[in-house]
Write a protein that binds this ligand. Structure first.
Ligand SMILES: [Fe+2]
Ligand SMILES: [Fe+2]
Length: 243
């Protein structure tokens, strides 16, 4: 598909309109989830690149033929919040609850087997991962138990409830700001893990478990970037507009 991008648009707006550009932005190292409020031009300049060149690369990526059905095919900005919440819980939350313990197991094995040559890097990686994992466990719980039920209630309010004074209703603003802060912390932990592992490039002496660990961590990064994008750039603005 041929598209024309405006460098003044934010990364979040661009990914919301053109979900298939997610992969290309990730490849270029432009963070569309935690820093989705930055304009494309600002993000390009911050990474030391020419904004016009980035626009050309993204437009060319968008015009390349698609290999098959894209998982990004649904335009969530046009769907009700309740449907997006159901999708977040049944895909991204379920994925994290199974992937985090699996990665912890792999990391423990690799740390023991490769302590001699890669001990320092693996210790730092394990620290960053365990901090992220612990934070995410609590984060998912807060979204599922507090914020998501509140957004569902706001969306399904009757006209009578709409006329209540604002003070009587519980606004989602404070929990949303809190979740955004936690997303920033998760984004920083992912960036740190990418830095420590040289972009998840296994060392020449890596065993199959080491390679599997890096592949799992790369998938975790990709899934979490999409997850945070759907919340920060689509669900939260829609929920604030409901309020
Ligand atoms: Fe979530
Ligand atoms: Fe979240």
């Amino acid at each position: 598909m041929n598209i024309s991008l405006n460098p003044a648009d934010s990364l979040g707006q661009i990914v919301t309109r053109h979900p298939r550009l997610r992969a290309e932005l990730g490849r270029l190292g432009l963070d569309y989830c935690c820093h989705g409020n930055l304009s494309l031009a600002e993000a390009a300049r911050n990474s030391g690149r020419d904004p016009e060149e980035i626009v050309r690369q993204l437009e060319s990526a968008a015009s390349a033929p698609e290999a098959g059905p894209s998982p990004d095919a649904i335009d969530w900005s046009q769907r009700p919040c309740a449907e997006l919440i159901q999708h977040l819980e049944s895909t991204h939350h379920v994925y994290l609850k199974t992937a985090l313990p699996r990665i912890a197991g792999l990391l423990g094995k690799v740390k023991t087997a490769h302590a001699q040559r890669h001990g320092r890097m693996l210790e730092a990686l394990a620290d960053a991962f365990s901090g992220l994992s612990l934070e995410l466990g609590q984060h998912l719980h807060k979204e599922e138990q507090v914020l998501f039920p509140l957004i569902r209630r706001l969306e399904s309010r009757s006209p009578g409830e709409l006329s209540q004074p604002a003070g009587v209703r519980f606004s989602p603003e404070a929990p949303i700001r809190r979740m955004e802060q936690e997303h920033d912390q998760a984004g920083a932990a992912l960036a740190e893990m990418r830095r420590l592992t040289d972009g998840y490039t296994p060392p020449p002496d890596a065993c199959p478990t080491f390679i599997a660990l890096y592949e799992e961590l790369r998938q975790l990064e990709d899934d979490l970037h999409l997850h945070i994008h759907l919340e920060n750039n689509i669900l939260f603005p829609k929920a604030l507009a409901l309020d």
